[in-house]
Design a protein around this ligand. Structure first.
Ligand SMILES: C[S@@+](CC[C@H](N)C(=O)[O-])C[C@H]1O[C@@H](n2cnc3c(N)ncnc32)[C@H](O)[C@@H]1O
Length: 280
């Protein structure tokens, strides 16, 4: 029996940062489906399009302008960036907590004779010490962390960088916040991204303007259970980022707009790339 009371409650705007009931990335069924989405070269979902990844890696290496870097790719997914960076002569460690993505990444590296150190790990538990010249976190993942987790991650990255090393990441900018909210929508499927069996998904989003946060929420209902997946998504100005990074002992910060092609869903108008350094 459907619990309508529960579903009605879910359509009410929750308090800021109230957690959902489940996590998408590590769910055994969903993460298998997500791997297929990552590997689709023509969509900007889970990972960006293949051509965009190639041009972003070229841009990153032009900016780094050094050879034989030790690079840490956080939230590396199936290793789409890691592979390209290793092919350009750098040493790469890729960290992701998705078992399916790391298995695929290891398999592909082996098949292509690439030496990449992939680790299945939560990057909030990273313990590496002064090992890397460059840490990257790509596809706006910085913005989906709760502020408390973001502080943990920044401290971990600071610890993992060599003195003078760089942290490079991308964020969604805070232009026209009211336009970031999507209309309510629903979908029903025999089998799909969310479940192996018939399910209904109710999607909604809520704006928290003072915090520059939009909650994107998907409530997935099947005959056995009803789960809510919440993505607390932060949008940033340059000033916001300067303050956050200064609070976490990063030194300088450079901003780059329009790194991404116009055709991307969240294109160069919406996405800012940032490079900051750990003081030497
Ligand atoms: C949007 S995908 C981007 C993947 C990759 N950076 C790319 O652009 O192709 C986010 C990735 O971060 C991983 N992830 C999210 N939270 C994580 C955490 N706390 N620790 C490790 N990996 C995490 C997910 O499993 C997923 O592979």
């Amino acid at each position: 029996m459907l619990d309508f009371k529960k579903i009605i409650n879910l359509s009410v705007k929750p308090d800021l940062y109230q957690k959902g009931t489940a996590i998408m990335w590590t769910d055994s069924y969903i993460s298998k489906q997500l791997l297929k989405v990552h590997l689709n070269p023509d969509v900007d979902l889970a990972s960006r399009k293949k051509k965009t990844i190639e041009s972003t890696v070229k841009w990153i290496l032009d900016k780094a302008s050094k050879s034989n870097l030790k690079i840490l790719d956080l939230g590396c997914g199936p290793g789409l960036y890691s592979q390209l960076l290793v092919k350009k002569g750098h040493q790469v460690t890729g960290v992701d907590f998705s078992e399916h993505s790391i298995k695929y990444a290891n398999k592909t590296a082996k098949e292509n004779n690439l030496e990449i150190d992939y680790r299945q790990q939560n990057y909030l538990e990273l313990e590496d010490h002064e090992k890397y010249d460059l840490v990257i976190l790509i596809f706006t993942d910085f913005g989906v962390l709760l502020p408390s987790d973001r502080a943990i991650l920044l401290s971990n990255i600071h610890g993992a960088l060599k003195p003078g090393g760089f942290f490079l990441f991308d964020v969604l900018n805070d232009n026209q916040m009211d336009q970031k909210v999507s209309d309510k929508s629903w979908d029903i499927s025999e089998q799909g991204l969310w479940r192996e069996k018939p399910y209904l998904v109710l999607s909604d989003s809520f704006l928290y303007p003072e915090n520059k946060v939009v909650l994107y929420q998907h409530c997935v209902i099947d005959t056995d259970r009803c789960e809510t997946y919440r993505f607390w998504t932060h949008f940033f100005s340059h000033e916001d980022l300067k303050n956050i990074l200064a609070d976490n002992d990063f030194d300088r910060i450079e901003f780059y707009e329009n790194v991404l092609p116009e055709s991307d869903i969240w294109n160069g108008h919406n996405v800012t790339f940032c490079i900051t350094s750990k003081s030497s």
